[in-house]
Design a protein around this ligand. Sequence first.
Ligand SMILES: Nc1ncnc2c1ncn2[C@@H]1O[C@H](COP(=O)(O)OP(=O)(O)OP(=O)(O)O)[C@@H](O)[C@H]1O
Length: 718
Amino acid sequence: MIAAEIAVEQAHVDRVYDRLNEAARSARQVASEGRALYQSDRHSYVREEDGTGLYERDVFAFQAAKRLATLDAEHEGLVFGRLDRKNSETHYIGRIGVRDDDYEPLVIDWRAPAAEPFYRATPTSPMDIVRRRVLRSRGQRVIGIEDDLLDSRSGDQALVVVGEGALMAALTRARGPQMRDIVATIQAEQDEAIRAPYQGVTVITGGPGTGKTVVALHRAAYLLYSNRRRFESGGVLVVGPSRVFMNYIERVLPSLGEESVTLRPIGAVADDVVRISGERADSAEVATIKGRLSMVGILKRLAAEPPAGAPDLLAITIKGEPLILRAEELARIRADVMSRYRVNQGRAAAEAALINALWQRKPAEVDLERDQFDDLVADLATFRMFCNAWWPYLSAEDALARLGDRETVARVARGLSDHDQQLLSDSIRAGGEPTVADGALLDELIDRIGPLPESESEPNIFLDDAGDEVREVVTTADRLATQREVDPFAEPYQTYAHILLDEAQDITPMQWRMLRRRGQHASWTIVGDPAQSSWPDPEETQRALQQVIGNAPHREFRMSTNYRSPSEVFDLAAKIAVHAYPDADLPKAVRSTGFDPELRVADDDLAGSAVRAVRDLLTVVEGTVGVICPPSLLAMINSAVEGAPDEQDLRRVIIVTALQAKGLEYDGVLVVSPDEIVAQSPGGLRVLYVALTRPTQRLITLDRGPDASWRAALGALS
Ligand SMILES: Nc1ncnc2c1ncn2[C@@H]1O[C@H](COP(=O)(O)OP(=O)(O)OP(=O)(O)O)[C@@H](O)[C@H]1O
């Protein structure tokens, strides 16, 4: 019976692929006839409105064919669903829409309104659907079918019903290194969040494993489909916690037929204005200091500080008469210009103010018109040298580096304790690549001091590196070029029409400011779970979120089902959650595996015990094994595990800190020394909760001794 049904579906799937191949062929033919009609503004596939050389139906199919090429080679089938309606009509649902020669739909795009019942229909509200069928495919071959009968009263005896649940089948499959899309098995509450209107702010909450991330990514694909013009030209930015996480999710969007989205880890959001990879982390304590809102005032004062070693006397001679500006007058001029301009945009105004002050001091016997006077002063080498030293252009990196000086920190960061001042200054003085937290500070500084004029941000071969010989060819014009006026209103940031933010509970107040600069007119999708926050004060980030929402229309969706962790694992994790965050939103786990988590105690050799646990996990799970360590043990566990299991299996093992594991999942998880994980994170127990909720199958914890304190939170279980 199943074989016959599969054959029916295979016939339809074959028709779809034939149609796509044919469309691709005919499009290629038209192209080879020399009509360059296939370039859209941003992408290389033809858009319906552009393809005047093709019949509209061919354009449609051609576009689909091109998009198909972007789907991953291992994609789980272009056509994944079928709806049988009460009126005997049948519709197929797929990742992209495809039409036949007569413009009739062969497959409906999952995001189209006509596909909605596929996700929303239930036996109590069947939406005129009699049967919903999920097709499971490998490449172009249909390999399985799962049916739901939604309206048994319809009396259509011809309908065959097979399978016992596509969702369970999807959830129990082993996990690979990248996230999969869930387009065939989206649940009704998830679908509502995906299709919510784009305006304002959409907040998606829910406990671990409830699909917040996949839902958000499907929402990005949906928004691009339903408002392509707005979002393709305005841009959609997806922000996640780390580069590892971005690599983990990046395949999902192309598999949904979308590529035109910018993906950035939070540490690299400022990459549009400063060179930053955003992978280096500060210690928890330093990251906390750098993330707090009090940094705004500190950076404001820092930006207003006169440059180190700035001269406090301007003395020139005009027609034999000395003209002098002293420290007090110079300070007044600086303060006045700073109140009107950002540092990098105020240079011309500062020079004009200096010349003006000098003019006031000019003795009457110096007989010069104002214009002549201005030109004379501006050309004086002493004046130019003074300006370069007194009002240099300032890069955000150089400005931040000033915090490496303990005395500067004491001046500008009076609100911080001595201890915190020292930590901040030590961290900046240590130098190296900017950290994740530095990204938001550099961004704030650029907002305050303005970007460097273009001629300053690129090395000038005449001024910087050249030898004396070349220096002679430097003209006054070259030197003055650095003072080109900068448009004070031009924002240096890349802005977006929609910003989708994952793991929002970890966004520090300073990072919220950085994000808001990129979304001043954007609509937002904000995804998070305060119980998993690694920020010491979750209430503070909630307040920052409220500021983003402001008066904008705002809707909230709560995801209630945990699709990741088996109930045995989640029951244990939930006990930690309520200790860590009494208001934790605890989802219901849908699966049970029959295997309780194992709470092990290491013998004297922690690394050896860890390796044994990894081996045990590798034998019981098919997919990935995650080893989650406290930062201080990462290197040791890494080298211990690397030497151990055979090479084949090693590829399935990933060793990370709890923070790096955010948003990720593994089939088997070993949590090494939970107590140290708690101690080494500002989020404490909440971060342990993150670690304990990563497994899809099995969990082992490994303590150094039998009286580990985190176990106290487990109550009866300990
Ligand atoms: N409707 C669904 N069908 C199939 N799988 C699903 C569905 N919803 C969620 N999943 C799976 O559940 C797992 C957890 O999803 P996801 O990572 O999006 O959860 P999350 O809420 O973001 O978790 P966390 O808060 O821990 O980061 C993923 O493997 C995802 O594919």
